[in-house]
Design a protein around this ligand. Structure first.
Ligand code: NDP
Length: 280
């Protein structure tokens, strides 16, 4: 359906925003659902985030996805914050209703949904998480919620790893960044939640020689789709999960929050891969 003046409107706000795949993903769902709806990208510098988001609320948007660098600031303008967003300290979803702003975090269930869809239910599993930034906070929260039996965190900056543990997973163990290869020997799942491997960033060096069994190895990075980290893991015989599934799974509850119905069950992965210049 072509949008009319009565279209339901929502969007994504960040800086930069031109790389975001969310508008393409949402457009596919909107079309498949036959909705009278629009989803628009908005750019805002850090000091313009609050005025722009609040102006969009007043202009009648149903809500906003929030991406870098605003995920923490998103909590500041919220009247209500979900327990999950509060614990993680960041929101990627703002919904607007009754004059209020509600903040939530769907990155955590998005990661777990992607892992499960790839046959990697983390319940009862031992997990090594590389990284301690915003993505790692969401992923560790999701792992705790999903019942991982143990979590080990390795991050270049150890203090950041300790802060993550203290905030979200007090029982987690911490190993030094140089201890990550050895830590692989005691886990079932390994997750890259650093920005290493992202186009323009150094590759994440990882040696899986200590693995005592086939592992599930997941990346949060999806550009490129197959990172050096995933390529090394696959070559060592481990099952790999790319970061695009996390992006798609975090989008589903956002779609439902904006448009009042579940995201249609259609293939969005193929058009997203095409946009990334990857083949299906
Ligand atoms: P942050 O900037 O908050 O954290 C970056 C992390 O990467 C930190 O742990 C940092 O370690 C580590 N890091 C960066 N450079 C190096 C390096 N040279 N050596 C070792 N460690 C390094 O970023 P986010 O957590 O927000 O995002 C991380 C990635 O997650 C993004 O690149 C993005 O691709 C992905 N992501 C994917 C999503 C999806 O839907 N698939 C959703 C959100 C994020 P230190 O603390 O020591 O600096």
């Amino acid at each position: 359906m072509k949008p009319t003046g009565a279209a339901l409107t929502a969007g994504v706000i960040g800086q930069p925003i031109g790389h975001s795949l969310s508008p393409l993903m949402m457009a596919h769902w909107v079309e498949a659902a036959g909705l009278n709806a629009i989803y628009t990208p908005y750019i805002a510098s850090p000091h313009m985030f609050a005025p722009v988001a609040l102006a969009l609320q007043r202009a009648g948007l149903k809500g906003l996805n929030v991406t870098l660098p605003h995920k923490e600031q998103a909590l500041v303008i919220a009247h209500r914050i979900s327990d999950r967003a509060d614990a993680i300290g960041a929101a990627n979803l703002l919904t607007f209703s009754d004059g209020e702003v509600h903040a939530d975090n769907t990155d955590a269930p998005g990661f777990i949904g992607s892992l499960k869809a790839s046959g990697g239910d983390p319940a009862g599993q031992r997990v090594l998480v590389l990284g301690a930034g915003g993505a790692a906070r969401s992923i560790v929260y999701g792992l705790v919620e999903a019942g991982a039996s143990s979590i080990v965190i390795a991050n270049r900056n150890r203090q950041r790893a300790e802060a993550l543990r203290d905030r979200i997973a007090p029982k987690a163990d911490i190993v030094g960044w140089d201890g990550r290869d050895e830590a692989v020997g005691d886990v079932d799942i390994v997750v890259n939640a650093t920005s290493l491997g992202l186009t323009g960033q150094p590759v994440l060096d990882m040696d899986f020689a200590h693995a005592s069994k086939p592992l599930i190895v997941a990346d949060s990075v999806y550009s490129p789709l197959i990172t050096g980290f995933l390529r090394t893991a696959a070559a060592a015989g481990h099952k790999t999960v790319d970061g695009l599934g996390m992006l798609i799974e975090q989008g589903k509850p956002s779609f439902e929050a904006f448009y009042g119905q579940p995201a249609p069950n259609v293939d969005v992965r193929t058009p997203l891969l095409a946009a990334l210049g990857e083949s299906a």
